[in-house]
Design a protein. Sequence first.
Length: 127
Amino acid sequence: MKKFLQLCCWVLLAGCNGRSAGKKNILENLTGVYVNESISAYSKAIDTLSIAKEGSDAPVFLITRHVVFQRIRKGKTGIKEYELEKWVAVYHENTGELIETKKGRVLTYNANEQKIYLGNTGYKKLR
């Protein structure tokens, strides 16, 4: 409940403030599909983040995380396993970060690299 109230306050405050062209451009560039592929001796995975803007005024985003992975045991690749998560995140202009509202996950966008980072994991923008 506390997080929800904080989100509501943030949305109201953001709606009252004027937007600069730079902020608007960053908010528009955040949307898209990002992917991270990883492989190790024990598994291989494709981790996808789909980021969509919620509404037009507030800096709120819907994020869908879809992970497909396969375990590797004794050199043999197992069946594909799937995970799906849906998040809501708020963009904080002062830090340049998207903060997921439920668990507090931090996503950082790097416009020069066209990547978004979830912790130390980088996701390359596809579109």
